[in-house]
Design a binder for this molecule. Sequence first.
Ligand SMILES: [Mg+2]
Length: 348
Amino acid sequence: MLEDKTPQRTQLSQLGEFGLIDHLTKNFDVKNASTLKSIGDDAAVLDFGTKKAVVSTDLLIEGVHFDLAYMPLRHLGYKAVVVNLSDICAMNAKPTQITVSVAVSNRFPLEALEELFDGITLAAKVYNIDVIGGDTTSSQKGLIISITAIGEANEDEIVYRNGAKEGDLLIVTGDLGSAYMGLQVLEREKQVFQVNPNNQPDLDAYTYLIERQLKPEARTDIRELLEQLNVKPTSMIDVSDGLSSEILHICKQSKVGCNLYEEKIPVDPQFINVCEEFNIDSTTIAINGGEDYELLFTIALDDFDKIKANPNFTVVGHIVKEEESSHLITRANTKIPLKARGWNALEE
Ligand SMILES: [Mg+2]
């Protein structure tokens, strides 16, 4: 599917490592006051003043985390940044800097790395973050990307996973499951393409799902929104591995249980249609499908009035005592133990 329309292939060895770094980083400018020194010395220098620094890192391996058959390099660069910024958002911090390290095999020409860095540059612009360093090296096989994201917050603003209390409301932003179904659509089209390369896929019915998979966004807006509403979550995490898995992380670290209500889980109409087409149970995907990069958090019941009218938030359940454990309450009002992967739980 990924057709190379520009057959120009510049060998990386023509530039050498330092030439390559200069070439790929020439568009990075400094936007944040906390970046005292960016790329160009042995290390970057950051100054957060009275604030705290929040740091998160991620490693993406070709064939394990992404498939270049349907993931354009530009989207991959963008997404690699977004997934890291999402972790900073999950601490209720503001992302400010990233470092980018890539290892590539000789199968990748300069033009491929330029596409990857175009996506990284776009994400840095959209999210107003500085690229302050990194490394480039060769790999024996495939593409490896490691990004470290840094953010800032006042100490009292930072939200951990361990603060949920009995009676708190469980809230999720946006909608869930679409990124996973987008991946299923892309996998299916890849197989069709392998059988018949002349088959041009018609993906009009799947645009939202595919966008959620190929170009997710980090919810940097939620921190500001919650501040305006004067709500501080008691715990928070981002939904990268699936709702039930993330809920269980919060419950374990907070030493609580929870009731999650099937009928409350927010999904997109396109997601429902495609689950029917694939003959897959939509709730199973909505609670176990990953890569939505929405935020899951708990708030005190007293704060409910402040968020209830806001379309960004859906109350999906509430926190109970640890002894009561964690359950999905189905539409038929049956109680199913929540598991990190709910396939088996739903089949019971
Ligand atoms: Mg996370």
